[in-house]
Design a protein around this ligand. Structure first.
Ligand code: ZN
Length: 102
């Protein structure tokens, strides 16, 4: 049984997500990543195989060209920015939780 490494919950769901990765000064949107998501704390975990797949995508020139192409499409660029905003929101939540009450 999968267990969340952050909160220890076993309420993990498999979901297909799109995630933006920042590499070599460029943003790359990787779509259709199979991730395990903790329903308690939203921690997203990807398998070693998926991580390897993403690494390969990021290391190919084709992947970078694809990102440039995606950014040229207004709808895709908007989605990319939204995804990035979500990531930032996630970071903010974590930071808030670390702050004292007052
Ligand atoms: Zn969790």
């Amino acid at each position: 049984m999968l267990k969340c490494e952050i909160c220890g919950s076993t309420a993990i769901q498999d979901e297909t997500i799109s995630e933006v990765f920042h590499v070599n000064g460029q943003y790359k949107l990787i779509e259709n990543i199979l991730a395990s998501i903790c329903t308690q704390c939203n921690q997203r975990t990807i398998s070693r195989e998926t991580a390897e797949h993403i690494r390969k995508l990021m290391n190919t020139q084709q992947g970078m060209d694809e990102t440039a192409y995606l950014l040229q499409q207004p709808a895709n660029a908007q989605r990319l920015m939204k995804s990035m905003a979500n990531l930032r929101a996630g970071c903010n939540i974590e930071q808030r939780e670390l702050l004292p009450d007052d």
